[in-house]
Design a protein around this ligand. Sequence first.
Ligand code: F6R
Length: 244
Amino acid sequence: MKIIRAKDYQDMSRKAANIISAQVILKPDSVLGLATGSSPMGIYSQLIKWFQKGDVDFSACTTFNLDEYRGLTADHDQSYHYFMYKNFFGSINVPDNRINLPDGAQMAAEKECARYDAAIRAAGGIDLQLLGMGLNGHIGFNEPDDYFSKGTHCVDLTESTIEANKRFFASADEVPRQAYTMGVQTIMLARKIVLVVSGENKAEIVRDAFFGPVTPRVPASILQLHTDVSVIADDAALALCNVM
Ligand code: F6R
């Protein structure tokens, strides 16, 4: 595992965007695994700028997002589908038919999860998976548990996640109760992983996940066992770790 220190959020975003654009330049038909949330926003805006300058071309790429709320249609403004088009896909040239997210409108959970895993396999697997990390060490919607999850599956959102997300909805009742997420095994099968983390509120979990024991109680800790992981963390997130 490589830990790459960045000065701040912007520096972290530029460094991660560099790795992603190098991946796409070296392998134009790369399969990219993508994330939502605040951590990757700066990466997406940097990649859009480089795309607009003609420095990177996504026309042969395929993408798979980590997760989606179950019960939200793609056009719902809180769906991850909507987020990705607004913040990235709408401004670059990945063809629509090669953009993949779990289908939140498909309520047959087992069928949808099996379809998603089959689509990832059919694309040849993920070349580069981009990840953020939750305050409790979750990756995707894989929350702390007694075991590591395997393939794409449906999860019940925790009360704290529902509570944290209710500000985006008209009321807490409208927050979806479940989500589809790639499993820990799906993530570990990616050939290369880039995890970005920023801010002092993540300092403790950075220490626990990457310098503590590998345990399903801290899902991101399993990344210590992957052979090609770059964690790009800013000074604030590395405050409790002794790394150069
Ligand atoms: C996003 C995702 C989540 C986030 C994590 C961190 O698709 O699966 O695991 O990466 O919750 O979120 P932020 O970046 O908002 O701190």
